[in-house]
Design a protein around this ligand. Structure first.
Ligand SMILES: Nc1ncnc2c1ncn2[C@@H]1O[C@H](COP(=O)(O)OP(=O)(O)OP(=O)(O)O)[C@@H](O)[C@H]1O
Length: 249
């Protein structure tokens, strides 16, 4: 089954003279269990695709389907959030400063209608490699990497099928980026998750994803396997220049 289908997607912001066509004619499919990357320079439209899926970019046309169900407009129902969750770039901004880790996770679990909150909070903390000792801490009492683990635990609370990951490590110290990427790889295996991951960092996408789409100026210029990436056999000039730039870095 296809987890996500994007067909002829156009997304724009503003109107008339102020209109920005952030995504134009995007097409790709993500299979169940696959990890799919969107890569490209800043402003190429990667995050806008995630925003259209989650209803944060209200003006779009084309087709977006989640597990075969077409989405419309910008309202997403409970069934959507049961299936799809997001992890954002900045764990500092995404956690409420006056809520403990326990509150963050318990409230999310309650929203999803679970009753065995206590057991599930402990299990979630274990799943993301944080033990019970983090449970009653506030965001300012834990590191950036630990906060991102909490954000991942919150995303997993409702047992979703699909995670949308928007630059999940780029706000973190280089030393902890690999830890979080490895955690995400393990969780995908253990929870049979599908990933759609955005990054400007080609090596990160190459490491994490089975296939990837290269974006430039709002358009997908190429969809390729990570194997092509490793072999350096990109077809499009722009993908080749991205590859060359990341090899030189
Ligand atoms: N809310 C908005 N209002 C107006 N323009 C927007 C809005 N959000 C994004 N854009 C514009 O849409 C284009 C694509 O932005 P987007 O954030 O999707 O790029 P990106 O590839 O994810 O880059 P970055 O890594 O910098 O976020 C850019 O020109 C951006 O300025």
């Amino acid at each position: 089954m296809t987890a996500l289908t994007i067909k002829n997607l156009n997304v724009w912001f503003g109107a008339h003279h102020d209109r920005v066509d952030a995504v134009r004619g995007a097409n790709f499919e993500v299979q169940v269990g696959e990890s799919f990357g969107l890569v490209g320079e800043s402003g190429s439209g990667k995050s806008t695709i995630l925003k259209a899926i989650t209803g944060l970019a209200p003006t779009w046309s084309g087709d977006i389907s989640v597990e075969g169900t077409p989405l419309s407009g910008a309202k997403r129902d409970r069934a959507f959030y049961k299936t799809v969750q997001m992890v954002f770039q900045d764990p500092y901004a995404s956690l409420h400063p006056r809520h403990t880790v326990d509150q963050v996770l318990s409230e999310t679990l309650q929203l999803h209608g679970f009753k065995d909150i206590d057991t599930r909070v402990v299990k979630l903390l274990d799943d993301v490699g944080l033990g019970g000792k983090f449970r009653f801490r506030y965001p300012h009492q834990i590191s950036g990497g630990q906060r991102q683990r909490v954000a991942v635990a919150r995303a997993l609370a409702g047992e979703p099928d699909i995670l949308l990951l928007d630059e999940p490590t780029s706000a973190l110290d280089v030393s902890v980026q690999a830890e979080i990427l490895n955690l995400l790889t393990d969780l995908r295996d253990e929870h049979k998750l599908t990933y759609l991951m955005v990054s400007h960092d080609l090596p990160v996408i190459g490491h994490m994803c089975d296939r990837l789409a290269v974006m430039k100026d709002g358009e997908i210029v190429e969809v390729m396997d990570s194997e092509d990436l490793r072999q350096g056999t990109a077809k499009h000039d722009y993908s080749r220049s991205l590859l060359a730039a990341s090899a030189a870095a």
